[in-house]
Structures are given as C-alpha cells and as structure tokens.
Design a protein around this ligand. Structure first.
Ligand SMILES: [Zn+2]
Ligand SMILES: [Zn+2]
Length: 276
C-alpha cells in the first residue's frame, strides 16, 4: 500500500498542506516524514524528558516514562519486552554528552549541524551565546511550547556546515512566503504583546551565537522575522512517548482472555493515575 496522504502545494501564503489520497482507516499511519530539522522543546529538555537529540525518539524506557510521570520509582510494568527502547544502542556526543538513540543519529547530526552547535565543555556555561539564546527563549515562551528557537539555530547550522549552501537556502525558502503583516501576526501569536522588543532581543542573541556571512539576510530584522514566522508555521510538536508505544504493543498481544482483562485493567488504572 502506498502512502495514504501526500503533501501538496496550496498557495504561497499557506505553503504546503496534507491531502488524503485514499480512504483512511482508523489507526492507519497517514504520513511519515523526516523533518528537515528537528529539536526538542526546550522546556521538555529542562524537565528531564530524555529524547534523542536528532530524531526525538524517547530515550527512557516505557517503565521509566511511567515512573517519572507518576513520581513513583518502584512502579513495575508487565511485559517489559514490549518496550521498544534499546538502551544498548544509545550513543553520546563525546564532546558535549548530548544523547542519541543510535550511532546513525549521532553521525547524521554531526554531518548536518552538530559541528556548529556542539557546546563541548561549555554545555552548562550560562555565558555561552547559544545558552544565552536558549535562556532568553525559555523566558519569553512558557509551556505549552509550540516551536523552538533551536529549530532556527539548526537551520543556520545546517547551511553553515553544508558544502552546497545554495541548495539548502533554496530548500528552506520554499516552505512559505508571507507578507510582512502576516509574519507579524504569527510572531505576535508566538511571543505575545511585547513581541517586537522580544523579537529584536532574540535577533541580537541569535546573531551573536550564529552569524554567517553567507546567510546575512537571515540576520537582518526582516529576514529574522521571516525565519521566525517560517518556523512558527511549519514547526510541529511531535509526541514520542515510549509508554504510549508500549501500550500500543500490549494492545496487539495475543493473550488468553483472563490475562487480557488483567492487562487492560492495569493500563486503564495507569492512565487514570497519570492524569491525576
Ligand atoms: Zn535518534
Ligand atoms: Zn556535541
């Protein structure tokens, strides 16, 4: 079976949209897409939700996920073999200790943008320009987060590292073309009423951390606003929870009726406890 949906160009203002190409059954995977750049929401990272720094796949097991959500480290999940987290495959950047789900992700990040963004021993240095940028972003944008300044940083870093810079600049510019007014509206929505001063502060910190002469346009007030609006409209939050994957796998288990009822009751109770 082919993909149930495809991305099609709608208009220069709306950019691309997702269209169904056939009738879609409930539960069917509609669309799988590798994001051009991805970044974990900064608040999540600060709250110790551990995810692969490149693909955002969860790094904590379903059991650890449930323990953290419940604040109960003694919780034991049945059927641990249904958890897809493979800790033995996890890898670390040797310079900054950022975590990846696999050697492939570590390598892909390094080749695409991480050489520029690796903080090395400055990881916890609050005066490092990249840390100042993230701190400013967290202070203006409380949860629930809808986007991340680090997406923009990864875009710049990608172009900085690329041999064919023009190709990437073109790839990013085809996402969206909006008028100045439309862009302002998006920025307003993301940053609130004080957005003008905040956008300018972010631009200065962004420039300090990442300026590149090939991309000088992105660091001007107009260019930065466009980039910000682009990330604000195209950025998506992705939920990757190892617990929900475990539940999904448990649902698919072929079990004797009694065991099935027991497992379902356990999962129901677990979700009730988490929601409390
Ligand atoms: Zn990964
Ligand atoms: Zn690193």
């Amino acid at each position: 079976a082919g993909a149930a949906a495809e991305a099609r160009f709608i208009s220069s203002a709306k950019g691309k949209g997702l269209f169904a190409t056939k009738n879609i059954r409930k539960g069917e995977t509609v669309f799988v897409e590798r994001p051009v750049v991805s970044s974990q929401f900064l608040w999540n990272a600060l709250y110790n939700y551990r995810a692969c720094d490149h693909c955002l796949r969860a790094l904590e097991t379903a059991e650890e996920n449930a323990q953290r959500l419940l604040g109960k480290s003694s919780l034991v999940l049945p059927h641990p073999e249904q958890c897809s987290i493979r800790k033995d495959l996890h890898q670390q950047c040797p310079r900054c200790q950022v975590m990846y789900c696999s050697a492939e992700c570590r390598q892909a990040a390094l080749e695409q943008y991480h050489q520029v963004l690796c903080l090395g021993p400055s990881r916890d240095d609050p005066t490092h320009p990249l840390n100042k940028l993230q701190e400013a972003w967290r202070n203006m944008h409380y949860p629930p987060e809808t986007s991340s300044i680090m997406l923009m940083a990864r875009m710049v870093a990608t172009v900085k590292q690329a041999k064919d810079k023009e190709w990437w600049i073109k790839a990013f510019s085809q996402f969206c073309n909006k008028t100045a007014n439309e862009e302002e509206e998006i920025v307003h929505k993301l940053l609130g009423d004080k957005f003008k001063g905040q956008l300018e502060l972010l631009r200065l910190l962004f420039t300090e951390a990442l300026y590149d002469e090939h991309l000088s346009r992105w660091f001007t007030p107009e260019g930065f606003r466009s980039l910000f609006a682009l990330v604000g409209t195209n950025g998506q939050g992705i939920g990757t929870s190892s617990l929900s994957q475990w539940v999904h796998a448990c649902d698919a288990l072929d079990l004797p009726m009694l065991q099935r009822e027991e497992l379902d009751a356990f999962i129901d109770q677990l979700y009730k406890d988490i929601e409390k």
